[in-house]
Design a protein around this ligand. Structure first.
Ligand SMILES: Cc1cc2nc3c(=O)[nH]c(=O)nc-3n(C[C@H](O)[C@H](O)[C@H](O)COP(=O)(O)OP(=O)(O)OC[C@H]3O[C@@H](n4cnc5c(N)ncnc54)[C@H](O)[C@@H]3O)c2cc1C
Length: 465
């Protein structure tokens, strides 16, 4: 047990919010008209359920991805995928019917990796498997710079392709689905799909209408401060009017993509500014602007979605700047779509081994399986949700230190950016000043670890307990 208060036996939705573990998915807003999702002071979308009554709290807890009142990924997927013919189960990847690496010729140029998600969305809209797809894109009339949108015209997919490292919520689109009969496909990171599966168990309308869940593999989400940070790194002078987190440069490695911000100059002319990922990439490892919930998630591969798509972060794919996706198909229907796309020359796909899929996400798995055990162990004095791995201190001293310093960097990046945004300047001077000592310690830690250790192989420890 991870809690210290014997009275608190269930880690419900109230505890999720109190402990800063709400990811803002908005599934709870479907269970109570008093639940809302809004930005907190740190650019994170979180639920406000203060006006909900006890029955509603109970219902909301059953759909919250970080609450213990809801079934976990293993229980959910056993009922969804276990009966699929020819399905394989892996403790690390979940259920799957096919593992492939490749791209869509048409969608690759604007897709985040190989454009496979955009291809699938176009395919299911065109062949009328669904009436609409629900994806993320620019939402200019909202306080959310990006958000979920309902799309019925395949031509709109290009402007809503790529990855949005920005907080989003299902709140508004769940209302849309509830009010508008039809069949929908929806994209989402792992915890969002888990919430949707849980919601489907208690809401037959959502269960009937959301017919395809398209998983975006996730190492971590970011708060809206990340967009501010990138904008400032790119040399912000005027407010942003649009942004792309993953502009490709085909001459570079796939992981050296660019952030591109667009703004209007004082004379009304549109201007673009860019930053290379190589100039900001280490923020991912250090966990800048990462919501706390991501430190208590054990699902990298969107195990509850019908398909999971990720970057092929391994050789030989990583050296191709045009981008390649790795795909985990979890149903035979998805397999059939992919195979017919391949035979119609729309997709280039190759089979890939389970080990290679795991290898492509080694960093995320280290954090979400191996590191999580230790974070649960050191969090024993705090109230935490139950995860599919157990608290443990049996990792090497270097990893222990890394978990602690990353947690400090994560927390400090939130408050340092808050201070920066409260100032009148458009730069990052205050942020950098407030981060300096921690980043200096982390830099020296990495140097020392490199000298002292060889590459650690944690693969066995990625499995569930
Ligand atoms: C927050 C985040 C973290 C990620 N972490 C990793 C990682 O650690 N390792 C890894 O390999 N890949 C990660 N990815 C996934 C990767 O960036 C690509 O999304 C994936 O490779 C699919 O690429 P594609 O070219 O096939 O998709 P595309 O053709 O680019 O289509 C992507 C679709 O997903 C939708 N979408 C984009 N962002 C979001 C979002 N935040 N929530 C819901 N829908 C969204 C878009 O609207 C679009 O329709 C992450 C993505 C996100 C958003």
């Amino acid at each position: 047990m991870h809690n210290i208060d014997s009275e608190q036996s269930i880690f419900g939705i109230k505890e999720v919010i109190q402990e800063g573990l709400c990811i803002g998915c908005g599934a709870c807003t479907n269970q109570s008209k008093f639940a809302t999702v809004r930005f907190n002071d740190y650019g994170e979308l979180t639920a406000d359920i203060s006006k909900a009554n006890i029955q509603e709290l109970d219902l909301m807890g059953k759909t919250c991805p970080f609450s213990d009142s809801a079934p976990n990924e293993n229980i959910l997927t056993e009922t969804i995928f276990k009966s699929e013919p020819n399905v394989t189960y892996s403790d690390v990847l979940g259920y799957y019917t096919g593992l492939m690496a490749g791209f869509s010729n048409k969608h690759r140029p604007f897709g985040s990796s190989g454009g496979i998600v955009s291809w699938l969305l176009e395919e299911i809209l065109t062949n009328k498997t669904v009436d609409a797809v629900i994806v993320v894109g620019r939402t200019p009339d909202s306080d959310r710079f990006f958000g979920y949108k309902v799309i019925t015209d395949p031509c709109d997919l290009q402007s809503n392709g790529t990855s949005f490292y920005y907080p989003v919520s299902y709140d508004n689109v769940l209302r849309y689905i509830q009010d508008n009969p039809g069949k929908y496909a929806i994209t989402g990171v792992p915890c969002f799909h888990k919430a949707l599966r849980q919601l489907k168990l208690v809401n037959p309308i959502i269960a009937q209408r959301v017919v395809l869940q398209i998983g975006i593999v996730c190492g971590q989400m970011k708060s809206s401060f990340y967009l501010e940070y990138l904008d400032r790194k790119a040399g912000k002078t005027n407010p942003l009017i649009d942004a792309c987190f993953r502009r490709k440069d085909e001459n570079l490695h796939a992981d050296n993509y660019l952030f591109e911000g667009k703004f209007l100059k004082n004379n009304g002319e549109m201007q673009k500014r860019i930053v290379k990922n190589s100039d900001i990439g280490s923020n991912w490892a250090m966990g800048f602007f990462k919501p706390r919930a991501c430190d208590f998630c054990d699902d990298v591969f969107a195990e509850t979605a019908d398909i999971a798509v990720m970057d092929a972060w391994l050789d030989p794919y990583i050296s191709d700047g045009k981008g390649t996706s790795i795909v985990i198909a979890r149903t035979n229907l998805i397999n059939q779509f992919l195979i017919s796309g391949q035979s119609n020359d729309m997709l280039v796909l190759n089979s890939i081994s389970e080990n290679n899929v795991i290898e492509s996400q080694r960093g995320g798995l280290n954090h979400r399986r191996v590191g999580l055990r230790y974070r649960l162990h050191i969090g024993d004095s705090r109230y935490l949700p139950k995860k599919r791995v157990l608290p443990s201190a049996t990792i090497d001293i270097w990893m222990k230190f890394e978990q602690r310093i990353r947690a400090s960097i994560r927390a400090q990046s939130r408050s340092a950016m808050r201070i920066q945004l409260n100032s009148t300047s458009f730069d990052l001077k205050l942020f950098n000043k407030n981060m300096r000592i921690l980043l200096y310690i982390y830099k020296w830690f990495l140097r020392l670890r490199k000298i002292a250790t060889k590459h650690q192989n944690y693969q066995k420890e990625f499995e569930l307990d």
